[in-house]
Design a binder for this molecule. Structure first.
Ligand code: SF4
Length: 204
């Protein structure tokens, strides 16, 4: 399915407003972009609601459509429970990436779009190589393309923090699941509480 001007259509998984604003803004230069908020990892419910509302705001700033995926929190918990003691970037995160990217590919195929992608490689706390490998596999399984990325390159992360500040968007201080919200992961490390240097930017 081609978009306006014959450009390829792209369904982009988004996890939070700061990442969405920067990455969707970049991708819309070459693709016909739709955002897809599918994040059953985000807890507690008030946090999920806040990140969704802020992402709606980011999509509005860009004038792009945004869809919300199912809120299947129980499915996410069942799939990741046995890895609850893994550190961030461990096996729990691989399962979490896989759930979100497979659903994005499924929705992409259902909508008849050309390819899918995720904003998550923008974050220094995410493994771009694992995201690309899992994304490729998900796309193959569902018969859609997958756009590989490492958006943190070319100063992407710092630029996204500056842009989200400019627009007054909420920047969370933990990745999303309750395991990543342990006090020691939030307060004492770089990227925890906003340290004034932008490192406390999006932790989604
Ligand atoms: S730390 Fe982030 S990527 Fe890893 S399991 Fe939790 S929400 Fe998912």
């Amino acid at each position: 399915m081609k978009g306006g001007g014959g450009r390829p259509t792209l369904l982009v998984h988004v996890c939070c407003a700061p990442d969405a604003l920067y990455v969707l803004g970049l991708l819309r230069e070459t693709h016909d972009v739709t955002g897809y908020f599918y994040n059953p990892n985000i807890q507690p419910p008030e946090e999920y609601k806040r990140r969704l509302e802020e992402t709606v705001k980011a999509a509005g700033i860009l004038g792009l459509p945004l869809l919300e995926g199912p809120r299947d929190f129980a499915r996410w918990s069942r799939a990741t429970r046995k890895f609850r003691d893994e550190p961030e970037k461990g096996r729990r995160c691989d399962v979490c990436y896989a759930l979100r990217l497979l659903e994005t590919a499924r929705r992409c195929a259902e909508l008849g779009m050309d390819a899918c992608a995720t904003v998550m490689s923008l974050s220094p706390w995410k493994k771009a190589d694992a995201l690309n490998r899992i994304g490729r596999m998900s796309g193959r399984r569902l018969g859609v393309g997958y756009l590989e990325s490492d958006f943190k390159k070319k100063d992407g992360f710092r630029r996204s923090v500056a842009l989200s500040r400019e627009h007054g968007l909420y920047r969370q201080d933990y990745c999303g699941c309750l395991y990543s919200r342990r006090p020691e992961r939030v307060a004492g490390e770089p990227g925890g509480k906003d340290d004034g240097e932008g490192r406390g930017g999006s932790r989604g």
